[in-house]
Write a protein that binds this ligand. Structure first.
Ligand code: SF4
Length: 148
């Protein structure tokens, strides 16, 4: 993974929770509290996927949420990245093979970064967001090259 050398702009993040137990969601909120204060780096939670660069997804995805998750992803402008927070979204976690689960998130939408843990610590979530940021910067450079 490359090194983030310059922040050209802030990074806006939308958070979607599927069938989460809420512990992963609480760890995301913890990353925003004064102890970690990710907003000082320009990482900000937004209320609409239409304004977001990065989608954070928590929890296993129930069947009736799979289409909603696809629509959330499709509403995000390019370039964009998806970060799965926690084992539930990666593999199903404690809900693995449940009749009501649509499958791992990467079978529903493309995933760029996996943050393991149950729940992962805020430091790991911040690391996952920075990895997504690197990917977006790379995609932006590729798009600029094509315009060229
Ligand atoms: S990974 Fe663990 S903490 Fe996160 S939603 Fe699943 S059960 Fe809860």
């Amino acid at each position: 993974m490359g090194k983030l050398t310059n922040f050209k702009r802030s990074l806006w993040v939308f958070h979607a929770s599927g069938g989460s137990c809420n512990a992963c969601d609480i760890e995301i909120i913890a990353a925003l509290t004064p102890r970690y204060d990710v907003e000082r780096f320009g990482i900000k939670l937004v209320g609409s996927p239409r304004h977001a660069d990065v989608l954070l997804v928590t929890g296993a995805i129930p069947r009736d949420f799979a289409d909603k998750l696809r629509r959330i992803y499709e509403q995000m402008p390019d370039p964009k990245a998806v970060v799965v927070i926690g084992c539930c979204g990666t593999s199903g976690g404690v809900f693995y093979d449940s009749y009501n689960i649509a499958g791992p998130i990467d079978e529903i939408i493309p995933v760029d970064v996996y943050v393991p843990g149950c729940p992962p610590r805020p430091e790991a979530i911040i690391d996952g967001v920075v990895k997504a940021w690197l990917k977006i910067e790379k995609l932006e450079k590729e798009l600029e090259g094509k315009k060229g």
